[in-house]
Design a protein around this ligand. Structure first.
Ligand SMILES: NC(=O)c1ccc[n+]([C@@H]2O[C@H](COP(=O)([O-])OP(=O)(O)OC[C@H]3O[C@@H](n4cnc5c(N)ncnc54)[C@H](O)[C@@H]3O)[C@@H](O)[C@H]2O)c1
Ligand SMILES: O=c1ccn([C@@H]2O[C@H](COP(=O)(O)OP(=O)(O)O[C@H]3O[C@H](CO)[C@@H](O)[C@H](O)[C@H]3O)[C@@H](O)[C@H]2O)c(=O)[nH]1
Length: 509
């Protein structure tokens, strides 16, 4: 019996991308309507199809009822998606999930059954930087993508469209296609590349109103039909002119290039912040003056302690490695400089903290406000805060971390994975780095507070109260330039910020 849905989508990988992306697809696509049933599970009857031309360009997405199921190997992850306590924090996500879950959005570990049911299978699994073997520390590990392709080939009983959603090295689709073609059932698969451009913390608005949706496919009649099938899903809410189609390799590579360009802007402005601190110029004024040139633009020029997150570093390293693989040494070095600059910025910040505090932080309490790699997420992958904490631990400071969304357990997992720092190789680490329930207790008795994530709530703290509770001189290190520095100085703090002139060192002519 038909379940009443016209198109079945399965997404392999229920992480930061798979979960929100599929929830937004489900929310924006026709859901079918509940049929009347007297017993047994609910039966869905789809809304009649007005637009028969799902494979034709033009128009919206039609009225095809779409069922979406997100699958994962991790039972814990799927259980969390099926609970009120979702596994990731993302503003607006709960509302979208609750609108669709159990209607046309499902989360399951029954991977085989859901692949078999699907017409379209997304691969949205993690592709981290390789930690061992050829290209270790630079190349992306596409093992999970290949495993997904093998699983699809193994359990499928009919032809399917397979969509690469993960960020992958250019030409990965070729490997996916070859693995799929090895099926012994004579099945034909179409492989598409559909990279995701959402940023964490703004995933829902980014998905609801994307700048563009990119679909790469083989330029054959079957490939173009597959691309159109996917385009018509997005066309349910994305204007057609924002849905771009390209060849497979352009689509795969465009994702890496977009991240490289964005990260390059951050490294560029961060390099200028160092020059500002040396000369008395103010990086915010530079940003305003430079960004008002339309050709440059004002977005993504916030100077910081450096970029973090699971994507920028990994994807630039991936690009660097690709350039090297193709013998393009100068191109590899060019992009690698973005990473070198970022490492310098993180190091520069912790060194400045130590040198400012009389060249020693040994035994001093330091409050770290913010551990997530940016605001509005609990994600700590590659977070710059971690590198500052690591450096301060080496200096034997007593660190108290407060972040509104980061779990202590996740902080330790990331410290261990990326900094190789754990209680076994650093006895006393658990006592050296404490997590605090709020900003006030983190700052109580501290010699310094450092704002390392730009959470809005840090702007509105009672800094008079904090100042009174701190050791003197009370230092503020604003790694995100979000605080009112003049007001803090009036309270009594000694304030240091990124790319801002030190009033004790520089004055106007
Ligand atoms: N995080 C972002 O903001 C973002 C944005 C755009 C693109 N991307 C890219 O999207 C991909 C996924 O990123 P993410 O942040 O969602 O990763 P994630 O680690 O949050 O989630 C990946 C999920 O895939 C699951 N998984 C791994 N192998 C599997 C398999 N064989 N079958 C089923 N499930 C499997 C894991 O258990 C995990 O839950 C990466 O390639 C990433 O570079 C991420
Ligand atoms: O002006 C800026 C902008 C960002 N950052 C930092 O850069 C990092 C990355 O920020 P952002 O790009 O907003 O978050 P991500 O979730 O990592 O998103 C990036 O990486 C994703 C994964 O590939 C892409 O999909 C997105 O388009 C791309 O913006 C964070 O540490 C930010 O604090 C700055 O320091 N200054």
């Amino acid at each position: 019996m038909s379940d009443g849905f016209d198109l079945h989508i399965c997404c392999m990988g229920a992480g930061y991308v798979g979960g929100p992306t599929m929830a937004v697809i489900a929310a924006n696509c026709p859901k079918g309507v509940m049929g009347s049933v007297t017993c047994g599970p609910p039966v869905f009857v789809s809304i009649p199809i007005r637009d028969e031309s799902i494979t034709t360009w033009g128009g919206g997405g039609g009225e095809r009822a779409i069922r979406v199921c997100v699958v994962d190997l991790s039972q814990k992850q799927i259980d969390a998606w099926n609970s009120p306590d979702l596994p990731i924090y993302e503003p607006g996500l709960v509302e979208v999930v609750e609108k669709c879950r159990g209607t046309n959005l499902f989360f399951s570990t029954d991977i085989d059954a859901e692949i078999e049911l699907a017409d379209v299978v997304f691969i949205s699994v993690n592709t981290p930087t390789k930690t061992a073997g050829i290209g270790a520390g630079r190349a992306a590990n596409v093992k999970n993508c290949e495993l997904c392709a093998r699983k699809i080939a193994e359990v499928s009983m009919g032809d399917k469209i397979v969509v690469e959603k993960s960020t992958v090295p250019v030409r990965t689709a070729e490997a996916v296609r070859r693995v799929l073609d090895c099926n012994e059932k004579g099945l034909r698969f179409q492989v598409l590349s559909n990279p995701e451009f959402l940023a964490e913390g703004t995933a829902i608005p980014d998905l609801m109103e994307p700048d563009r949706v990119l679909i790469g496919g083989v330029q054959s009649p079957e490939g173009l039909r597959a691309a159109e099938t996917l385009a018509s899903v997005y066309a349910n809410w994305v204007p057609r002119e924002r849905i771009l189609t390209t060849n497979l390799w352009s689509s795969e590579l465009a994702k890496l290039v977009a991240n490289a360009f964005l990260a390059q802007r951050v490294s560029s402005i961060n390099s200028i912040s160092a020059l500002c601190e040396a000369t008395g110029a103010n990086v915010s004024e530079i940003t305003r003056a430079v960004g008002m040139d339309d050709r440059i633009g004002k977005r993504f020029l916030n100077s910081s302690i450096g970029f973090g997150g699971s994507c920028f570093q990994k994807d630039i390293l991936n690009l660097v490695y690709l350039c090297e693989t193709y013998g393009l040494r100068e191109c590899a070095e060019y992009w690698n400089q973005v990473i070198i600059m970022n490492d310098y910025q993180k190091k520069r910040f912790s060194e400045k903290m130590v040198s400012t505090m009389f060249n020693t932080v040994t035994g001093k309490k330091i409050a770290i406000l913010g551990f997530a790699f940016k605001k509005d997420t609990g994600d700590v992958r590659e977070t710059p805060s971690m590198f500052v904490v690591r450096d301060l631990v080496h200096e034997q400071a007593k660190i108290h971390v407060y972040d509104p969304q980061v779990k202590r357990e996740d902080m330790w997992i990331e410290m261990d994975y990326t900094c190789k720092m754990n209680a076994a190789n650093h006895p006393g680490l658990e006592e050296a780095v404490t997590t605090s329930p709020d900003a006030y207790s983190a700052c109580d008795g501290a010699h310094a507070l450092a704002v390392l994530t730009e959470w809005d709530e840090f702007k509105d703290l009672d800094y008079e109260r904090i100042y009174k509770s701190m050791a003197k001189p009370a230092f503020v290190f604003d790694g995100r330039n979000i605080l009112d520095h003049d007001a803090l100085r009036k309270v009594g703090f000694e304030v240091h910020a990124i790319g801002k002139p030190d009033p004790n060192k520089f004055s106007d002519l």
